[in-house]
Design a protein around this ligand. Structure first.
Ligand SMILES: [Mg+2]
Length: 359
């Protein structure tokens, strides 16, 4: 039986919340994030995007692209609250909700609490309710698997609703630029373009064994998705085991001041990521790869969940100090991750199969 999957994605989420709450930001190029030298853009308004400002961009670079860019400090508690509001709307329709971040989720509405046979109408209603209850817009994608639903939600942003029916899927996928395929990142896409693979159509000309040879196990997945096959389930209690970030430096870092500065910057990005995924944990792990390619990890588990930049920085600094045993150290990569995760949005199904949310 064909499934009915919806992917909902809030439009420029953090930035839109700021523009909603502060009229002076409306219609202006706005970045949510730190304006300082080491700051990073967490989200950009559509006005800012027209200047090429993007999330994850260094604030310095963003300001160069758009000198009149306004910076707003992130208010993650507010975003988390809006996130709860939209999730509550999703649960009116189905318990099969898989959040990907605060502002994004998959819903399987093949069977749903409203007995509505039309996933398109459900998506429309959800968008409408989100607008009524939060004054924000979302884009929705509707299709028969996760890959296509996600592609669809991105297709007519902002405030879009795109449906890809089984009959439309083949053409849709053939026309798709390869960067848009699930799991094809920037580097793989560049490699593919060098091989004259630019669209789904080109990708489909490759045999399974060729894809495996070039791209490993992931290549097998490409083989399936380019044919519209994606059997991944919508899994509500997706248990993430750890969340981390790592960075290979453009050049190896030799001096301790540089190394600690790099760590501080990494912690900043890491804390933003934790906030984006609305999670944290009790175990912090620092990974170090030396110029010799020798790699070590050092961990510390604390009694209470790790929260806030200061605590995370202090702990990772301690781990780094312990890991560096002599002065002439040389490092090519640093990574930080948190495990032993604490999930604020655990979904529990009780004996009556009633869904209760542990918010
Ligand atoms: Mg979004």
């Amino acid at each position: 039986m064909l499934r009915k999957i919806i992917h909902i994605d809030m439009d420029a989420f953090f930035a839109s919340v700021e523009q909603r709450d502060f009229p002076q930001y409306r219609g202006k190029p706005l970045a949510v994030g730190g304006a300082n030298d080491r700051g990073v853009v967490a989200a950009a308004s559509y006005e800012a995007r027209t200047y090429g400002v993007k999330s994850a961009m260094a604030s310095k670079v963003a300001l160069r692209k758009c000198p009149q860019l306004i910076f707003a400090k992130p208010r993650f508690d507010v975003y988390a609250n809006v996130s709860k509001q939209i999730r509550a709307i999703f649960y009116e329709y189905t318990d099969l909700v898989e959040p990907l971040s605060l502002d994004e989720a998959y819903l399987d509405v093949t069977e749903n609490k409203m007995n509505n046979p039309s996933a398109t109408l459900i998506a429309k209603e959800i968008k409408q309710k989100i607008k009524e209850q939060t004054s924000l817009t979302a884009s929705a994608g509707v299709s028969y698997n996760k890959f296509l639903a996600k592609i669809a939600s991105d297709f007519q942003k902002p405030n879009g609703l795109t449906v890809i029916t089984p009959a439309q899927a083949e053409k849709f996928i053939e026309d798709l630029p390869i960067e848009k395929f699930y799991g094809i990142g920037k580097v793989t896409a560049e490699n593919m373009r060098k091989m004259s693979i630019h669209t789904g159509y080109d990708l489909k000309t490759l045999e399974k064994n060729e894809l495996f040879r070039y791209f490993g196990k992931q290549g097998i997945f490409y083989y399936d998705i380019v044919r519209g096959i994606d059997e991944r389930n919508v899994t509500p209690n997706r248990a993430r085991k750890s969340l981390g970030i790592e960075h290979t430096f453009d050049r190896d870092l030799y001096n301790l001041r540089e190394i600690f500065e790099a760590l501080s910057h990494l912690v900043e990005l890491f804390v933003e990521r934790l906030e984006k995924y609305d999670t944290t944990g009790k175990t912090l792990t620092l990974k170090i790869k030396f110029t010799s390619f020798r790699q070590i990890t050092r961990s510390k588990t604390v009694a209470h969940k790790l929260e806030g930049k200061d605590i995370i920085y202090k702990l990772s600094e301690d781990l780094l100090i312990k890991a560096i045993t002599n002065q002439d150290v040389s490092i090519r990569l640093l990574g930080i991750s948190v495990s032993n995760l604490y999930e604020p949005t655990i979904i529990e199904i009780d004996k009556n199969k009633q869904l209760s949310l542990n918010f």
